[in-house]
Design a protein around this ligand. Structure first.
Ligand code: GAL
Length: 335
């Protein structure tokens, strides 16, 4: 009998030890997805896959671009779902700070995914080098047309990435502007990265002015709007057009000659890193001290800036997005 009780106690202690080491089985990760464009659907499925394959339970809420809805959904998850970690793609980089503070007050770790969240006690930030992406867009177009009139269609003013992209674009453009080679004829930030608004801006411009030589659109959604306005206005000249995200219709525009380039970001790498980080935080394990840091106004946030970003034009589309299986060949080239 004594041996039996001793065995039970030993088994109980071993269970406790295992439970203390890693609680992968009970980990619950919330994903609060603010924006809604083609790429984010992929981010959700990569994140879910990489988290579930480490036995975490994943809860996803999509706010369809509404800051108010994102706050409501995130609060609900924080209160009801016993989260260990909350991954947020904020609609607005400032407003989401309140959600981070609320989650932290309930002992939930928070990761900002792709877009930083400012002025709060964020645990970790993962993104690409958005300044470099902006540089790539401007480099690609200015190599083809180092002189001329340029329109700038930037992203949502509330998304910090819009600012970083613009810094990168201006790193390349500013010397050419000072030299008098390039003139900026449109300079707008497009609310909610909305392609309809980008379309209207370019439509209004083309109604009164000659087409510009180039349009630096910060995303493929914005290039969709710009391209539609150019086609409708019957513009014959080859207006250079940039983008970002390697969305399906942007890749089609590139092979059809209606868009010059996009930036392909290997978002599966970003999602895999974020999933690993979430599991570390959930297990209360230290995150690597080799990370870079990004100042969010409150602290130097441990950060990962994934380096897989590739400018894609007609010349390398097959060996990049198609070869990687990111976009289906048939969808771009037809049968
Ligand atoms: C940015 C993101 C881009 C693009 C854009 C619009 O924050 O970095 O990849 O998708 O939002 O959703």
């Amino acid at each position: 009998m004594r041996t039996h009780i001793a065995n039970l106690i030993t088994a109980f202690i071993i269970c406790l030890l295992f439970w203390g080491c890693s609680k992968t089985d009970d980990i619950i990760i919330g994903i609060s997805m603010g924006p809604t464009h083609e790429r984010w659907t992929k981010d959700i499925s990569y994140l879910t896959h990489h988290l579930e394959s480490q036995n975490a339970k994943v809860i996803v809420r999509e706010a369809n671009g509404s800051q108010v809805e994102q706050a409501r959904q995130a609060k609900e998850m924080i209160e009801k779902d016993k989260l260990d970690v909350l991954i947020i793609v904020p609609v607005n980089s400032d407003a989401a700070g309140k959600l981070v503070d609320y989650a932290k007050s309930r002992d939930i770790d928070v990761i900002a995914y792709d877009r930083i969240i400012k002025n709060c006690d964020l645990d970790c930030y993962l993104s690409f080098d958005n300044v470099r992406i902006g540089e790539m867009q401007a480099e690609y177009l200015t190599k083809i047309k180092p002189r001329g009139s340029y329109a700038l269609l930037g992203g949502d003013p509330g998304d910090n990435n819009s600012l970083l992209l613009r810094i990168g674009q201006m790193n390349i453009l500013q010397p050419l502007i000072i030299r008098g080679d390039i003139k900026i004829v449109v300079d707008e930030n497009v609310e909610k990265w909305d392609d309809g608004i980008a379309y209207q801006i370019m439509k209004d411009y083309l109604a009164e002015n000659d087409p510009p030589d180039a349009i630096i659109a910060s995303s493929d959604g914005l290039s969709r709007g710009a391209s539609k306005a150019l086609l409708e206005a019957g513009v014959k000249k080859n207006v250079l057009l940039s983008g970002q995200d390697a969305e399906t219709d942007a890749c089609k525009r590139i092979v059809e000659g209606h868009q010059t380039m996009t930036v392909y970001k290997v978002i599966e790498s970003l999602a895999a890193s974020a999933a690993n980080m979430a599991i570390l935080l959930a297990n209360d394990e230290p995150i690597p001290n080799t990370l870079t840091t990004v100042n969010n106004g409150t602290k130097m946030v441990p950060a990962v800036l994934v380096s897989s970003i590739i400018p894609v034009g007609e010349e390398n589309i097959r060996m990049t997005v198609i070869a990687d299986g990111f976009i289906d060949e048939k969808e771009v080239f037809g049968n």
